[in-house]
Design a protein around this ligand. Structure first.
Ligand code: FES
Ligand code: FE
Length: 430
């Protein structure tokens, strides 16, 4: 499909209050390849969190944007992101998921790299030209751009990209609301959820901050919550949707559930109330009443374009994903909490991480089923060609159950596709 073809993938008419997305956007191989070139190869993508590298030598390996990366802290304490491919013949250098290492040794021919990526030892070095190991060609390759905001580390494969802070735009305010939940710093709690969905990645973007589907798709869970807390109905969740710039968007709303950061609910029992109230008071002392209330008693589903979601509900889930095919999306999710949190509160957080958004929880299996049903529906795309994303189109103050935040994503997606370079890299990651 050409750039001209891409222009027809969105049908937006503000006057008429109609916004539609062509279903071809979820199935077309040309669209998928252009997404990889223009979105995943050019946008900043979430890599990991400072807390995952607690000491010198700490490392994790993970796929990001179709590459395998090493995210580590070297002997000088510097955080790095390397392509996990040996500069010799390309073998995966580090095959562990996480750990601590002063050096990385490639198993194939035994090249050894320091934690700073520099060549340390090369078997048979005398057979190479003088200065070979010093030239840099035998070092691990760094990701073109690596930067951090409030302990969230991002990479970008486009050396000409704007700075991370410029890219994040209004999303920084929402990362602040996460980071400010803790006195000592937030941390990724050990344990990772990994699963795949037989549906297009953009369906999970939509779903991850779609307030409209909650009470129908997750009826069972919300009935349970209503019985537990006696407070929930669509009418008493007050909130809004907001465009944060560069395709990032958020829904923010009063939390109808308990939040370990400091939102007590009766289901937790009177005996827990004093502990939660004390946590809340500490937030007030640090940030003032208004901000403490926003941090503790509100929830947020934040999209950092294109595929990072921070779902700050009854616990805090960081979710990223990357498509393997137009109809196949691989998802990774982590739980995050204040590093000083312990005991019952930490247990409660982890329980919620599993109970609602976990792949075996109350919500995610229902969501996965819905997304896969949508993808199946697109086999009819020739005749039934459009998805409707019009809800709340004419409202000045869209609610969380409207689709404003989803349109923000689609508009940016569309913009980037239409900017597709005719001279795209001859070598692209497929
Ligand atoms: Fe790594 Fe040869 S491929 S040492
Ligand atoms: Fe859902």
């Amino acid at each position: 499909m050409s750039n001209t073809g891409y222009s027809k993938l969105i049908d937006s008419n503000q006057e008429a209050g109609v916004f539609r997305v062509a279903r071809q956007s979820f199935t077309d191989m040309g669209v998928f390849q252009t997404e990889r070139d223009e979105i995943f190869n050019r946008c900043w993508l979430y890599l990991g969190h400072t807390s995952e590298l607690p000491k010198k030598g700490s490392f994790v390996t993970r796929p990001v944007g179709g590459r395998n990366l090493i995210f580590n802290r070297d002997a000088a304490g510097v955080v790095n992101a390397f392509l996990n491919s040996c500069p010799h013949r390309g073998a995966t250098v580090c095959r562990e998921i996480k750990g601590s290492a002063k050096n990385f040794t490639c198993s194939y021919h035994g090249w050894v790299f320091g934690a700073d990526g520099k060549m340390r030892d090369l078997p048979g070095v005398e057979s190479y030209v003088e200065g070979f190991t010093k030239s840099g060609c035998a070092d691990l390759v760094k990701v073109p751009k690596l930067a951090m905001y409030r302990d969230f580390w991002f990479v970008c494969f486009d050396p000409d990209a704007v700075s991370l802070v410029e890219y994040l735009a209004g999303a920084t305010e929402y990362l602040d609301l996460i980071a400010d939940q803790s006195e000592a710093g937030m941390e990724i709690v050990s344990g990772t959820q990994e699963y795949a969905i037989r549906a297009n990645w953009k369906l999970l973007v939509e779903n991850s901050f779609d307030g409209y589907h909650a009470l129908s798709t997750h009826a069972t869970y919300f009935d349970y919550l209503k019985n537990m807390n006696g407070v929930l109905s669509q009418g008493n969740v007050i909130g809004f949707a907001k465009d944060l710039g560069n395709g990032h968007a958020v829904v923010e709303y009063t939390a109808p559930w308990g939040r370990p950061v400091a939102n007590w609910v009766p289901a937790w029992g009177e005996e827990r109330k004093a502990e939660i109230d004390a946590s809340y008071q500490r937030l007030v002392d640090r940030h003032g009443e208004e901000r403490a209330n926003r941090i503790a008693k509100h929830s947020r589903n934040l999209l950092i374009f294109p595929s990072m979601l921070i779902i700050d509900v009854m616990s805090l889930t960081v979710r990223t994903f990357y498509p393997k095919a137009p109809d196949y999306n691989e998802v990774t999710a982590w739980s995050m909490g204040p590093s000083e949190e312990q005991g019952w509160l930490r247990k409660n957080r982890l329980h919620s991480f599993l109970e609602f958004l976990g792949p075996g929880g109350f919500a995610t299996p229902d969501d996965v089923e819905m997304l896969e049903q949508c993808q199946r529906g697109y086999s009819n795309a020739r005749e039934a060609a459009w998805n409707d994303i019009s809800r709340g189109m004419k409202k000045d103050e869209p609610a969380t159950v409207d689709e404003h935040q989803i349109r923000v994503f689609w508009r940016r997606w569309h913009e980037l596709l239409q900017q597709a370079r005719q001279d795209a890299d001859p070598v692209t990651v497929r």
